[in-house]
Ligand binder design. Structure first.
Ligand code: HEC
Length: 167
């Protein structure tokens, strides 16, 4: 190969590599932009969730049963926090287990007799009872640093379902 041709080839090669690198930079930049776009979409979805909640379409009696259970749930959370404030740990543990745990699931199901729920609703309901059961086992440690995250998870399970479903 003539030195002149060799020089030209090297120049061409460098140019090609440069172009490739530039191209990669552009696609990386695009990927980043796509990622940000997806993130903004997620945020918008959460903000919109109040409008997009799935309607359960329950018969009136089941709706009343569900609302009664829900009001008792809120009272249970209130009573648990109050018991913790007074350092009545065994009382708080019993409330968590009996008022929000799996026992309560059976009471709730009886009140909503005959009504059918989407599978995702069942999953969220079980998730919330599970969180309460765990809270009930952690409260006897009497260690608030340990208890509070589980109390938060229990309340968070209420919020997650409210964001997804409505009557
Ligand atoms: C598996 C789903 C689910 C879980 C878990 C859940 N809720 Fe609800 N809750 C609902 C639905 C659905 C409604 C009706 C909301 C609507 O139509 O806007 C409701 C309504 C309520 C209401 C209003 C009741 C009324 O009389 O109108 C309260 C209070 C409430 N929930 C408290 C709680 C608390 C506290 C928890 C957690 C300890 C909880 N809920 C967990 C589904 C759930």
């Amino acid at each position: 190969m003539k030195p002149e041709t060799q020089k030209k080839l090297v120049k061409f090669g460098t140019g090609l590599v440069g172009m490739l690198l530039f191209g990669m930079g552009v696609s990386l930049f695009n990927a980043e932009a796509d990622h940000q776009g997806a993130h903004q979409l997620e945020v918008a979805k959460v903000k919109d969730s109040g409008m997009k909640r799935m309607e359960l379409k329950l018969p009136p009696a089941a709706q009343e049963g569900l609302k009664l259970t829900m009001r008792e749930h809120l009272e249970a959370i209130d009573a648990i926090v109050l018991a913790l404030v007074h350092e009545e740990f065994s009382k708080a543990a019993i409330l968590a287990t009996e008022e929000l745990g799996f026992l309560k699931h059976h009471v709730a199901m009886q009140r909503e007799a005959g009504a059918t729920f989407p599978a995702a609703y069942h999953e969220l309901a079980l998730e919330h009872h599970r969180a309460a059961e765990v809270l009930g086992t952690v409260i006897p440690t009497k260690d608030l640093k340990h208890i509070l995250p589980h109390l938060q998870q229990t309340i968070h399970a209420c919020v997650v379902c409210h964001q997804a479903f409505r009557l």
